[in-house]
Each structure stands twice: as C-alpha cells, then as structure tokens.
Ligand binder design. Structure first.
Ligand code: CTP
Length: 400
C-alpha cells in the first residue's frame, strides 16, 4: 500500500543549500499519492523559489505569517490541523534552536508550536554546527518532545569541509517514511453516515423537524475519513460546513435520506446519527391559512421510513451497522431493544433533555456504547472525542 495515499503532509523547508533536495522529496511524495503543502521560511526562499515549490506540490507555497490572505483562508492553525505528518527538510541549526526553545516568530515556528501532529526532522548544517553542544542539547530536547530524526549523514559539504551534517538523500528520507508509516486503519473501506435532522414539509413555509445540529454525525464522518475510509455523508439541513474530504449529499426529508442511503450502498460500514423525523404529513401545495372561525388545521400524519432498519435489513447490508438511541427515560432497556429491533451491531445511546443540559447543539454528549455484550459508559465528553472513540471501536471490529 502507498505510504502517503490520502495523507496530508506539511513540508517545512528552512534555509540551507540542501533545500534543493526537498524539491525531489516533494516529487517522490506526490508520486506516491500524498497531498503535500509546503511552508518556505525566509532562509529557505534564498535557496529555492516559492514558484518551484508550489508547482511541484500543486498547492500554494506558504511563506508569510502575516499575510492576511493566508491567515483568513489558510492560517497556521489550519495548516497544522490539516496535516497528518509534518516534515522539516532541511532543518537548519537555527530552526532546531527555535523549536527547541518554543519560539513562534514566523509561519514555520508558529505552525509547529500550534501542532500536535508527528514531526520528522531532517537536519542539514555544517559539521561544526551539528557537533556544537548547543545544537546537540536542542536535538536531545526535541527527541524528548517525541520528534523523529532522519540523518544527517557524513560526507563532503557545500562549504568544502567534510563531516557529519549532510542532509539525507530524498529517496532515503522517503524510504524511511514509508518503512515507519502505519497504514490508515480503514483504508479501502467505504462508509455511509447520516447526520442532522430531516424536515418534513406541511406546506411551502412550514415543516415538522427534529432538533439536531449535525455536529455528532459530521464529526463521525470526519473521523472515519481521517482513518482512511471513503465516506459518504447524507445530511439533513444543518448550519455547519461539510467535513473536508467527505462526499456530502444534502437532503431535506426522510424519504430523500432513505433514497440517498440506498443509492450509496453497498458500503462496509453504516452509521445512522441523523435525527430523522418519525412522521411526515401530506404536503399542501399552498400555505395553510388560519381560519376565521379559529378552527385548527387537522394534520394527517404518516409514519416515515426507518432508515437505519432499512439499511440493516437490506440485501446489501453493510458488515457493520451502528445506530444511535435518543431516549428520555429507561436508557439501557430502550437502547438494547433498539439494537435488536433495528438489527444493529452497535448502538450509541444518550439521554436527551431539553433546556440548559440539552445535548442538541452542544459540543459535548454523555453516551453509552451498547452491543450484544452489554453497555459501556463513555462519560460526558466532546462530540469529536466520541467520534474518535467510535472509530477506534470500528477499527477493532473490522480487524477481526
Ligand atoms: N432512525 C432512522 N430513521 C427513522 C428513525 C430513526 O434511521 N425514521 C435512526 C436514527 O438515526 C438512530 C436510530 O434510528 O440511529 C434511533 O433513533 P431514535 O430517534 O432514538 O429512535 P426511533 O427509532 O425514532 O424510536 P422512538 O422515537 O420510538 O424512540
């Protein structure tokens, strides 16, 4: 499998004659299917141009922390969040000192300080600079921070001297990355996620709907995609953006959601996080008018299809079908009954309340994972953390 298929690599090129080798590294990574973004430091741009970097990356080359355009459209926080791996090549002695000291005075150092992603450092410098106790102390510190080093190697230097400090060759860096890369756990698998509410029109201006922000379903779709799955998200009306890298289909009614789900099958995994309206009504072509005599309209409700059940009993049933259970009482009993009734493998159950403690729109939720073996309390945590934990559960189950 490719090292970098669907991997987002952020390459930081700092000042050094070896910067030209980074162009070849970009070429190797791109050939392997990676999405490469690059930051070129001020020093780096003395050796290679932003134009050659961006042409090879097929992405904009980022250079300036204070560029308004970069900060609004692609700031240092996004650059670090959207990377799976950060590579610094070449890493100058000065840049090593800055990151060891926690400096943040340009785009490269700010992005690194704001990142929780794995960092691989490929140093390049004169052998005296490399052997200097200050540099060695910085390297010890950076290893303690969990950063990985590739090289340097010993040989003739651009300055005419000989010693340790040459930047590793691009092919060696690439081979090292490939050997040490973990394949994406859900790579090659297809997943279907439903999210948000459905709106069932009564007339051109009114609808019946459920409360739902879509935050949980969208977070699950994003986490599955990050783990390498090919995700289709079927979303009802929400005000949050489509998750990056996820094929998102917008629908409004339960019937449209069902049709979109059926069209997305077969998949390996299905997760129904949508708050589907259980009932719809005959739609009036014109706005229902208030009556002079004060008589109330009579709404003839019809039951909507159960999308989760339809997927879980479909002839193209995904191997793993996961539902949610929103309950206001008897959580464990009701959720366990839903697991069986809807033919699911797992159910994430939560108590829903109205008012200040409401889960709707909140960033947190308190859920229980329910399967054939019983129930696990996951506590009250962030919806993104629930998504990550659910994906870890999925990984365990698809490994078997
Ligand atoms: N669900 C669905 N289609 C429906 C209703 C629910 O796909 N028409 C899915 C939800 O996405 C969720 C699960 O079924 O994964 C349970 O939803 P919930 O609202 O808790 O239960 P209901 O099936 O609606 O049952 P009840 O309202 O009686 O609790």
């Amino acid at each position: 499998m490719a090292l970098s298929k669907q991997q987002n690599i952020l390459l930081i090129i700092s000042g050094g004659i070896a910067a030209y080798k980074s162009l070849e590294l970009i070429r190797l990574l791109k050939k392997d299917g990676a999405n490469v973004r690059a930051i070129l430091t001020k020093g780096g741009s003395q050796f290679v141009t932003p134009l050659s970097v961006s042409a090879l990356c097929e992405n904009e080359c980022f250079t300036d922390l204070w560029s308004l355009k970069d900060e609004t459209e692609m700031g240092h926080i996004r650059l670090s969040r959207e990377a799976d791996l950060i590579i610094i090549a070449p890493a100058s002695a000065d840049l090593l000192a800055k990151i060891a000291g926690g400096h943040a005075d340009d785009l490269a150092t700010t992005t690194l300080l704001a990142s929780d992603k794995p960092v691989t450092i490929v140093p390049a410098m004169n052998h005296m600079m490399w052997n200097n106790p200050a540099t060695q102390a910085n390297i010890t510190k950076l290893r303690e921070y969990g950063h990985t080093f590739i090289g340097p190697t010993e040989g003739d230097m651009a300055c005419g001297e000989h010693g340790m400090g040459r930047m590793s060759e691009p092919q060696d860096i690439f081979d090292h990355l490939k050997k040490n890369s973990k394949p994406n756990p859900l790579s090659g698998l297809k997943a279907l996620v439903t999210s948000g509410p459905t709106y069932e029109p009564l007339d051109p201006v009114r609808f019946i709907g459920n409360r739902s922000s879509g935050k949980q379903g969208h977070a699950i779709a994003a986490a599955l995609s990050k783990a390498g799955a090919n995700v289709t998200l079927i979303s009802g009306p929400v005000s949050i953006p489509n998750p990056k890298g996820v094929h998102t289909i917008h629908i409004e009614t339960a019937a449209e959601m069902l049709e979109a789900c059926q069209n997305a099958l077969p998949t390996d995994i299905a997760i129904c996080a949508a708050a589907v309206a259980d009932w719809g009504a005959e739609t009036n072509a014109h706005k229902i008018k208030k009556r002079e005599d004060g008589a109330l309209p009579v709404l003839a409700l019809k039951e909507n299809p159960d999308i989760l059940r339809a997927i879980a009993t479909h002839k193209k049933r995904p191997n793993l079908v996961i539902g949610f259970a929103a309950e206001t009482e008897n959580l464990a009993a009701n959720a366990t009954a839903k697991l069986a009734k809807k033919n699911c493998d797992l159910v994430l159950a939560n108590l829903v309340q109205s008012g200040a403690e409401s889960v709707f729109g909140s960033d947190q939720n308190h859920v229980y994972l329910i399967d054939a073996n019983g129930s696990q309390d996951w506590g009250k945590v962030d919806k993104k953390a629930i998504a990550a934990r659910l994906v870890a559960e999925i990984e365990k189950r698809v490994e078997k």
